[in-house]
Design a protein around this ligand. Sequence first.
Ligand code: WTA
Length: 681
Amino acid sequence: MDAGDSAEKVFAPNVEVQQSAHVKSLDEYKTLYQKSIDEPVAFWGEILQDFHLEKQPRPNKSLEFNFNCDDGPIGVKWFQGATTNVCYNVLDRIVKEKGKGDKIAFYWEGNDIGDDSKITYSELLVEVCKFANVLKDVGVKRGDRVAIYMPMIIELVVAMLACARIGAIHSIVFGGFSADSLAGRMVDGQCSVVVTADGVYRGSKLLKLKEVVDNAITLADKKGLKVHTVIAVRHLGPGAGQTPEAPAQSAKRPCYDLETTMVEGRDHWWHDKMATASDQCEPEWMDAEDPLFILYTSGSTGTPKGVVHTQIGYMLYTATTFKYSFDFHDDHVYWCTADIGWITGHSYVVYGPMANGATSVLFEGVPTYPDPGRCWQITDKYNVSILYTAPTLIRTLMKFGDEPIKKYSRQSLRVLGTVGEPINPEAWLFYYKSIGDSRCPIVDTFWQTETGGHTITSLPGATPMKPGSATLPFFGIDPVILNDDGKILKGECEGSLAFRRPWPGMMRTVYGDHERFERTYFKTFPGFYRTGDGCRRDKDGYLWVTGRIDDMFNVSGHLLSTAEIESAVVELPEVAEAAAVAYPHKVKGQCCYCFVTLVQGVTYSEEIITKIKQHVRQRIGAHAQPDYLQNSPSLPKTRSGKIMRRVLRKVAQNSRDLGDISTMADPGVVEELFKNRPKIS
Ligand code: WTA
């Protein structure tokens, strides 16, 4: 069977998984789903009873929303009047109410084999309370924003939960972003406190995080933001992990000796501050709709949007999706390979698993270091039962074939998950057969930073799988497929994916710009949340997300906007104009192909190519660097001056199937574009 016909094939859930699953059949799923749609407040309210609320919601105030711009401001409010603390629910509740204090919360696995540690729920609670007091000590109050720029270490979890405990809003920036990107996010959120680490090795690559923070602070200062405190974990510095003051780290760590400059009065070592901090900290009781965190995601205008998630809805939704999508049971060991700096890490490394009292693996390194068997070595070491990863990683591992996989047992694996982009059938089959030994159901989870948690996904014991389809909606999600006029399409169809009702985990606003929230997600199709993705529904009602239909593209599961890259490129004095388009990539799914028009008198050369690539790295981060550049003395434009990207996409792919080009101002440009295509290996 090749990948072509597998796309038509239906894979039944594994019988053993099915027998003990929370949801054992499609019928059971349908009953629960119908209830979640017909009686959302009763459905979620029942689940909420398992959580600690300091104050109960006001009667009749459990759900208020408006999805239609014509009817006033867009808004969603769940469980108004209730107060809670998310940190309390994922720690104190697990320790005190569930009696799981001695359960391992995280197995930490370092970049280097042998460098590891672990922490229980009780121990984590102590660390979080201490760091919450450290934050208070440096002046952080309820509602303040704290920037976090850290590697995948336990202190990152501690820092975010400490924020949640005192009602501060964390704004985590992925450790691969540049100083410019970090500064932009810090300024937007007005974060005057930054938590970081001296550095981290990812594979053999050293990232000096504290140095990036220093540069970001200088840049932010020019935009009027004064950062008064930096707290840095000594992760690679002399003595790191060897002192009792840094207990979360392992005594077996190799000795690193990264020296870090500290600014007197502003910068503090984590272990110094923690040494004197009290381990008692009362949680701050937060209103249901108070912000929990901000996380930036690419926006089609080029400026990232600060997606805001709130307290109860987000907690409830990540907890519930985690339990059902992965069919989590108490004795499972769970491993999500995503970095906490992305939404997948927020929802499914930290909040969702911890709300269920799960034991997780937190991995600092990269999946191919020191060799491509690393994931399976870790899987066997911790007896991982649930693995959640991205198609790009699966495709990376495919290159190495079955050998590094078969060296390890992987018998503990029970459920496999995927997220980030449509998974191609070849990768799906490799995941299913080679990695899961045709034994483990695959849950293909479609969701977004904005949705907080899974919105379309199979359930391991209930949903027959079709490779490449995210299958059916999660509880509370009411998906529709719309045509360009915003009309709902029925039956088998293809169009724009939108949701017509609110679910607890959805974003509430764009930080500081509610109008942008309304415009981006609700303006095009009044009455619907627009995902920005294309989607097909097949004869069985299965949903197949086909990818972005706006000016975004998805590199290794990370969204980038064409405008974001273009505005970085045109900052260079040598560049007059730029147009970025998505180009298919074997491992990353998509990559960036950028057309550039240089200013008169500048010659297109290797030097300028390197300069442009470097500049994008510096402005955004390594993941945004264009893979291909093309010299384009002119770009195809409409008579009104709009760049015709659809033509450029075809040129990039060397396809002459250009469609209608009658609106093009100068059709002569096309030949020149084809002539100038770079050699692509
Ligand atoms: C894409 C990541 C197909 C989609 C959680 C979405 C997917 C964007 C899937 C969000 C999937 C994510 N199948 N496409 N299973 N999962 N996507 O905000 O284009 O980083 O809009 O959130 O990733 O990316 P984000």
